[in-house]
Write a protein that binds this ligand. Structure first.
Ligand SMILES: O=C(O)CCC(=O)C(=O)O
Length: 311
C-alpha cells in the first residue's frame, strides 16, 4: 500500500488543468471556545494542524509557569539536551532547555496529561489504528534567546518503518505558556504535509507560524512537518508539548524510568494507563496483548507491596 493509496492528495499538485489548484492555507486554522470538535478533528485530519484559543485558563498557565520556573531555577545544570549525538543536540537546540519526567517534577502536569479534551481528541484520531493510546512524551520546552530554528521534521520519523495513512499513529499538542510570536520562534507548520511524499521538503512560504497567546494550543498530527522557530528576542519562549501515540508503539519518552513506580502509584488511573500501566489489548480485533507484567495485567504492579522482584 503506498501513501498515495491512503492519503488525501497533495493540494499543490493534485488538480488537473481543468480545476485550479487549491490555494495553500496561509494560516493554521483557529478555533475558539466552545470548540466544535468534529470540525477540529476534520481540520486536523485534512490540513494537519489547528490552533485552539484558550485551551488552558490563565490560572492554569500561571501554575505551570511557577512550577517550571522554580524547577529550572533549582536545576540550573540540568535539562539541557544531553543527547546521544552532536546532531541530536543541534536538533534539540543548544539554547533550549527541555524537562521530561514531568509527573515527578511539576505537580500540575498529571491533570494536563489526562486533560479530557486532549485525551478525547487523541483517542478519536488514534484509536482507528490501535486498541489504546499511550503518552508519547510530556515535555516542557524553554526555547532560549538566540536559539536557531529547528530543522523541519515529522515526529513520526521516529517510527520510520510505520506507513503513513489516513489516521496518524501519533498526535501532539503544544500548549503556549508564554506568547508564541514570529519573533520568538512560534512553531512553524507545513499544512497538508502529512500527505506529501517522503522526499518533499517544505518551501519557505509553505511553513506558516502558529502565533499563540498563553493557554492557546497547537494541535497537530505527528506526521505533519513542523519545527520550532528562531528566537530573535531576549526572552525565552515556553511551551508544553503533550503527545500521544498508538498503544503498540514505543513512546519517545521512557516513562517507566522517568516516573518511578512509587510516584506512578500516586497518579490518577487514567494517567497510569497513559504511562503504560495498561495493556494494549487488540484481541477483539484480531491482534494480541502487549505490555504484559508476569503474563498478566501490569496494573497488578501498582498495588503497594507488589514491587517487581526477579524470580
Ligand atoms: O518547540 C517547538 O515549537 C517545536 C518543537 C519540536 O518540534 C521538537 O522538539 O521536536
Amino acid at each position: 500500500m503506498t501513501h498515495a493509496d491512503t492519503l488525501s492528495p497533495d493540494p499543490a499538485s493534485a488538480h488537473s488543468s481543468a480545476s485550479p489548484p487549491l490555494p495553500l492555507a496561509q494560516h493554521v486554522p483557529v478555533f475558539e471556545r466552545p470548540y466544535d470538535w468534529s470540525a477540529i478533528d476534520a481540520a486536523i485530519l485534512q490540513q494537519g494542524a489547528v490552533v485552539l484559543r484558550a485551551l488552558l485558563s490563565p490560572g492554569h498557565v500561571q501554575q505551570v509557569n511557577q512550577e517550571s520556573d522554580s524547577w529550572l531555577r533549582d536545576h540550573q545544570e540540568s535539562e539541557h539536551p544531553s543527547a546521544t549525538s552532536d546532531e541530536h543536540s543541534d536538533f534539540l537546540g543548544r539554547r533550549t532547555r527541555r524537562i521530561h519526567g514531568l509527573c515527578r517534577k511539576l505537580a500540575s502536569v498529571p491533570a494536563l496529561i489526562e486533560h479530557p479534551e486532549l485525551v478525547g481528541w487523541a483517542e478519536r484520531l488514534l484509536l482507528p489504528r490501535a486498541a489504546s493510546i499511550l503518552l508519547n512524551s510530556a515535555e516542557l520546552i524553554q526555547l532560549g534567546p538566540e536559539e536557531k530554528a529547528q530543522p523541519p521534521h515529522r515526529d513520526t520519523e521516529a517510527w520510520h518503518r510505520v506507513e503513513r495513512s489516513t489516521h496518524p499513529v501519533m498526535v501532539n499538542a503544544i500548549i503556549a505558556l508564554t506568547p508564541f510570536t514570529r519573533e520568538n520562534g512560534a512553531t512553524h507548520v507545513a499544512l497538508n504535509s502529512y500527505a506529501w511524499p517522503e522526499e518533499r521538503e517544505p518551501l519557505a512560504h509553505e511553513l506558516v507560524q502558529a502565533e499563540m497567546q498563553p493557554g492557546d494550543a497547537l494541535l497537530f498530527r505527528g506526521d505533519t512537518i513542523h519545527c520550532g522557530g528562531e528566537n530573535r528576542t531576549a526572552l525565552a519562549r515556553c511551551g508544553l508539548s503533550i503527545s500521544y501515540c498508538a498503544g503498540w508503539l514505543r513512546p519517545y519518552e521512557n516513562s517507566y524510568l522517568n516516573v518511578p513506580l512509587e510516584i506512578a502509584r500516586t497518579l490518577p488511573a487514567k494517567v497510569q494507563d497513559l504511562l503504560g500501566y495498561a495493556l494494549e489489548d487488540a484481541l477483539a480485533v484480531g491482534g494480541r496483548r502487549l505490555g504484559l507484567y508476569e503474563n498478566g495485567d501490569p496494573r497488578a504492579v501498582l498495588q503497594v507491596g507488589k514491587t517487581p522482584k526477579p524470580k
